[in-house]
Ligand binder design. Structure first.
Ligand code: AMP
Length: 518
């Protein structure tokens, strides 16, 4: 067996007749069909000039075919590079220019724009796949042979690059090896007690580590199955719960399920586990869910760069407001963010992690790899937390001013740059403000030039063409100036306090849900 993650997956297939995926409308795809389809796709990748180590960039809607493309990339020895479906062509240009993929697979509607980018950045081929799983790729699949000899890989070879936005502008490509992914999936199987009889209700997007790696790798390493939904829909989830045994979600899934009249103990009688992550789960949500269903949601913590780091226990107390203990093989410590000195239990500092799960660095950013790792190999996560006397890890904040809205990560700097470029704007600050449905609502505070007549609608219209919908501010407020400290830094904490009640009355069920984060 080589270090290729697919070898491990293949070795754990129970039988070719076993169910791999069920769709919401009852279609069934077996493991045998998965091998057939991924073999065909791997042949197409090779035909398109994808060589071992080449990037395959994919921006497509969630379908079983899209998942097959991930697996086919592993089989062909390529490096899978999923992209958020909300990204505009303007945003895609950066990723394609930076990653220089051999092949880009996108929505048929974007074909022309992608071809222009391909010409500019030396991409060999473009293929398409739509929300129904149709496109040039599926046409080619029907003609391609299914036999394919998997390309052996070393365990430290790259399996994927996942971009995570940076607070200071450029997105960073986290390089994940076959070992990073396989070690983490094995640790999760053990911690969460997954077995071949598990049926995972899968409603997360698959361009992000949560829905792609945490969910699907864990299921495949036990030969289990998934009910694969194109997106989260509370009615659909409630309808399908009696066929599932486990669900992974972002906190917004749980707040929305709690708003559903049909969420009950009976509806969850067949379930053994509800898992939450990607953003903090409110203790109140945890309590309400337990009262309504009898299930204590199991909260865990991870990030794109490290996959999963900690989890509340399967057996033992799942404590709301904590993210539990380090996973097997993962070392976690709290350090002083300035000096790097390791802090004793109870003290708050930056969370640092080391282990086979931790990525090897950022794609073509050697300078970042110097500053974000300690000399002894620990990765500085940027999350601020503490370890309590019982060993549970608590996250108390984020050192980077990341906003997590409906599970999507939004980096204020990117929005501020776009707002500041609009005529009549002097400066802006973008903050996350507590939102009953989305966790945090993206909120912009704008300082206008004396003679400018700016409106909330005008600013939003100016941003609409340039930014993905989930990044658009829910509200744009105006101020005469921004609060600053003596060093001249904008005090976002002051802004967050001032506007803390902004969405208190906001209607639930507004905005979109995804996971932007694991
Ligand atoms: P991403 O880069 O999208 O993987 O986002 C990772 C970030 O999400 C982490 O660094 C944390 O700030 C946050 N995060 C993930 N899980 C949790 C959790 N259970 N509680 C609080 N924050 C979390």
């Amino acid at each position: 067996m080589s270090g290729n993650l697919f070898d491990l997956i293949r070795g754990r297939i129970p039988s070719s007749a076993a169910t791999f995926i069920e769709t919401g409308d009852g279609r069934r795809i077996t493991y045998g069909e998965m091998l057939d389809q991924t073999g065909r796709l791997a042949n197409i990748l090779v035909l398109h000039g994808v060589e071992p180590g080449d990037r395959v960039a994919v921006q497509v809607e969630k379908t079983p075919q899209a998942l097959m493309l991930y697996l086919a990339t592993l089989r062909a020895g390529g490096v899978y590079l999923p992209l958020n479906t909300a990204y505009t062509l303007t945003e895609l240009e950066y990723f394609i220019g930076d990653a220089q993929p051999a092949l880009v697979v996108g929505d048929p509607a974007k074909r022309e724009g992608l071809e222009r980018l391909a010409g500019r950045y030396g991409v060999h081929s473009i293929d398409t796949l739509d929300a129904k799983g149709e496109g040039s790729l599926s046409d080619a699949m029907r003609r391609a042979p299914s036999d394919f000899a998997d390309v052996p890989r070393e365990e430290n070879d790259l399996a994927a690059i996942l971009y995570t936005s940076g607070t200071t502008g450029r997105s960073k490509g986290a390089m994940l090896s076959h070992r990073n992914l396989s070690s983490n999936a094995l640790a999760l199987v053990e911690t969460w007690r997954f077995t071949g009889v598990d049926v995972l209700l899968h409603a997360l997007p698959i361009y992000h580590t949560h829905g792609l790696f945490v969910a699907t790798n864990t299921v495949m390493l036990v030969g289990g199955s998934m009910i694969f939904l194109p997106k989260f829909d509370a009615d659909e989830v409630i309808r399908l719960l009696p066929r599932a045994t486990a669900m992974m979600g972002v906190p917004t899934f749980y707040t929305r399920l709690l708003q559903h009249t049909k969420l009950s103990r009976d509806a969850c009688a067949h379930m053994r586990l509800f898992i939450s992550g990607s953003a903090p789960l409110l203790a109140e949500t945890h309590r309400e869910f337990l009262a309504r269903t009898g299930h204590a949601i199991l909260e865990r913590y991870g990030m794109t760069e490290t996959s999963m780091n900690t989890s509340n226990p399967y057996e033992g107390e799942r404590i709301a407001g904590t993210v539990g203990f380090p996973l097997p093989g993962v070392e976690l410590r709290i350090a002083d963010s300035e000096t790097g000195k390791v802090l004793p239990p109870g003290e708050i500092g930056v969370i640092e992690v080391r282990g086979p799960n931790v990525f090897s660095g950022y794609w073509r950013m050697p300078e970042k790899n110097q500053t974000e790792f300690r000399a002894d190999g620990f990765f500085i996560t940027g999350d601020i937390g503490k370890i309590d006397e019982r060993g549970y890890v608590h996250i108390v904040g984020r050192s980077k001013d990341l906003i997590i809205t409906g599970g999507f990560n939004v980096y204020p700097k990117e929005i501020e740059t776009e707002i500041d470029a609009l005529p009549g704007v002097i400066e802006s600050a973008v903050i996350g403000v507590p939102h009953p449905d989305l966790g945090e609502g993206v909120t912009a505070v704008v300082v206008a030039a004396g003679n400018a007549t700016l409106s909330e609608q005008g600013i939003l219209a100016g941003l609409g063409e340039r930014l993905a919908k989930f990044k658009l501010p829910k509200r744009v407020l105006f101020a005469d100036d921004l609060p600053r400290n003596t060093m001249g830094k904008v005090q976002k904490n002051v802004l967050r306090e001032t506007h803390a009640g902004l969405y208190a009355q906001a209607k639930a069920l507004s905005g979109q849900v995804g996971t932007g984060s694991p």
